[in-house]
Design a protein around this ligand. Sequence first.
Ligand code: IMP
Length: 427
Amino acid sequence: MSVIAIIGAQWGDEGKGKIVDLLAEQADMVVRFSGGDNAGHTVVNQLGEFKLHLIPSGIFSTKATSVIGNGVVVNPRGLLDELDALKQRGVDTSRLFISDRAHLVMPYHILLDGLEEEARGGKAIGTTRKGIGPAFADKVARLGIRTSDLLDREIFRERLHTVLAHKNTILTKVFNADPLSEEEVYSEYCRYGEILAPHICDTTALLEKALSDGKQIMLEGAQGTLLDPDFGTYPYATSSSPLAGGGCLGAGLGPTKIDQVLGIFKAYCTRVGGGPMPTELEDEIGASIRECGHEYGTTTGRPRRCGWFDAVASRFSTRVNGYTQAIITRLDVLDTQPALKICTGYEVDGKKIDSFPASAATLEKCRPVYEELPGWQTPISDIRDFTRLPLQARQYLSRLEELIACPIGVISVGMRREQTIFKRPVW
Ligand code: IMP
């Protein structure tokens, strides 16, 4: 038996989709545990290229059970679109299960996400406008509606009636927007409930059984540690925990059950949306990384902000997740760079610091202190053996390993599954 958690170690988009897809070949169960359809995982496999938002990347495995855990907020319309697209391309979706405790993204969440962003003006978070923040806010405010509510029309009607009255007051009185029709939302969501009912169950029971049968379970993270509402660049953060600790809560298993926590780091940094990013490069190097790495959002298509590897933020990420191994992705994107910089500290108000500040305002003022290493300037995507990587690439990796305080187990050198170098086994 083995349980591994795959965690985004930076600001999301670290290439978790490829790693999960690759490791899912040996998994018996893959569980998404946080976020919602704000996530976007691009998976390239023998069936082609897929963009997943809610469905675990393990869906392509011929044996794995895929689970959307209680920690995920589910937009049923988006989920059904994703299911249809997969079915049309011959993917078997019958082994997908959705927690009966997962909260639903409702139409008012999406409206409010947009209206709240508009109201923030220049201080907008740059959310994906998928209703994620408002859905998680309702979960803790005890105003949420869960997938299990869809299974009983009377319960759903009553719950919707109460909650929608409250939401319509906010829509009309605070934002001067039109109210939503209870009848329309009710019938739309009843339809979703009917279609999704065979997939909705107590997924903790599935996990318990898999654990007692000695199965291999993968907890699939979404977003990244630096977007965590506690440890990320608050308030420029998402609304559920992408951390390994969030994996226990959002899947429904205890911390003692997790054997390995894999931190997925890109060989450089990217970020989408607002908020501080000390190593951002607003020059031609940043643009060349963006073009080489096709750094555009999977969910929103927005160009990602690109910059050098931030070892201060990364070490903090190791601290709050307890990684047992690091996986470095997209090393090949740096192939053409003559020199590479790694941020090893920050300078703020004339002082040098080497810790990741709590305040986004302080981080905004931080100037990166860099160490420079030579680039390798040769293509590495066809290399499969660590010892065959150019010396400069090995030096770069070894410095990252030291700085993030965690051994590197796997290196990804391309989009395809086989473009991967294993230094040590994962399962
Ligand atoms: P939200 O999660 O849509 O509320 O957005 C909050 C912040 O998290 C914004 O800066 C988004 O750009 C960012 N974000 C949300 N999901 C992802 C993701 O999957 N990858 C990268 N950034 C994300």
